[in-house]
Design a protein around this ligand. Sequence first.
Ligand code: C2O
Ligand code: CU
Ligand code: CU
Length: 519
Amino acid sequence: MSRPATSPLGRRARRLLGRALVVVLALAGLSAGLLAFAWTTSAVDTADEVHFTRPLPIPPLADSTVDDDGRRVFDLRLQSGRTDFSRGGRDAATWGINGDYLGPTLRAQRGEQVAVRVTNDLGETTTLHWHGMHLPAVMDGGPHQTVAPGETWEPTWRINQPAATLWYHPHMHGETALHVYRGLAGLFLLDDPDNTSSLPNEYGVDDLPVIVQDKTFTDDGQLDDEAPMFSPTGFLGDTVVVNGTVGPYVEVTTERVRLRLLNGSNARIYNFGLVGPDGDERGMHLVGTDGGLLPEPAAVDRVMLSPGERAEVVVSMTPGETVTLRSFPADLGADFWNERFSGGDDTLDVLELRAADNLAPSAELPARLAPAPDLRAEDASVTRSFRLGGTTINGRDMDMERIDEVVRIGDTEVWEARNAGGTPHNFHVHGVQFQVIDVDGAAPPPQLSGWKDTVYVAPDSTVRLVMRFDAYPDPDSPFMIHCHLLRHEDQGMMGQFLVVERGDDVQPSDPLANHGGHP
Ligand code: C2O
Ligand code: CU
Ligand code: CU
């Protein structure tokens, strides 16, 4: 008996088909495996796993001199250095200001004229921006105020805003993420002689700067700035550093300690809370937000900070106890995929507070801290909408030559920031402090009830802000508005606005260069 002969062509076709099927199945299996792997390895959890073995360094207060004109003058030098991040004796190449990593804390009083001489000793051009400061746009240190290698830039302005925890960092367009990650950042504290509350205020003793950043290290101990696979927001590290130190602890010597928390990270959103010695979670008092003190202390369990935001909290301690500052999983309001890959499921131990056996008494928390923000949406004469989506604002990428908005001086305005996509964003406005009216129509929680300059905008939600532009008209120098997740900012999720005199005939979308005629 003979079988019908199969044609060689048919056999080859079947064989090829079979092989293709195997390849397709293998690829599908591989990518499914890859996804599963990425999913399970993407959540970081360092709860109870961080060894707090290094004393928290306190950034020094910057020296200053008062010159003949009565100006308080600071000197900042941007330089490269090497930093010991506890990677087995291998120092990492870093950048710092007057040092190897981060910079000194600047401190000035309301009413003072300050000047900062910023010298760039790095091999590349950068800028230094005063985040949260109310000042002329040309002094703001945004992407237009570049400082070339070897140059010194000397902005000067009068401090004219309430006591607050502000900060400074580079703003070089397209390079901000890298420059901040390498270490360029510092605090700028403002005091108000007319409002001295009885909050803990001895810098470095019961009033502690806490600059929180996340890092990843290469095998040879260098800073790795590669974003994890699938991260929609950019770089997320697995190691927390506070004031530039891994595994920090601080000896608390007073009954109450004030923490000035700064999220100085590129993309990570922290959800800070406290854990007592027995794993018991405990509360704290929120006393300040980005732009100053709250009207009154608010008892809170968690403080969520997206990049660029600050919070001041007061922690009460009992003698001899140890309390951990931990970042708990945050509710970013994203779908499960974006939540996970933006770090929303992560738990990170941050800082250990060790109370001495004898604690010096602290004053009671004051019942009143500062006047409440007093802007009213009803007083706004202008409403503007900003749609955050992809890497754009209102569908447009940052253009250094384009003016997106023109604000008339003296106007109270309502700005609506809407996140139209699935990715977490936040919204930062230069040159002004704003008040949050509502979040998706709901009244703001305590954390959003004081002065703010940066606010988280969850996917598919709208935050309404009210602000007043009451000084520094300049038709030639724009302020920035942007997402402070630094990769998004670098990718172009940024716009520019001018503040001009009422009669000035400047239109949005005019190229900046066309504003000629103004000296
Ligand atoms: Cu913190 Cu436009 O900056
Ligand atoms: Cu800013
Ligand atoms: Cu963003």
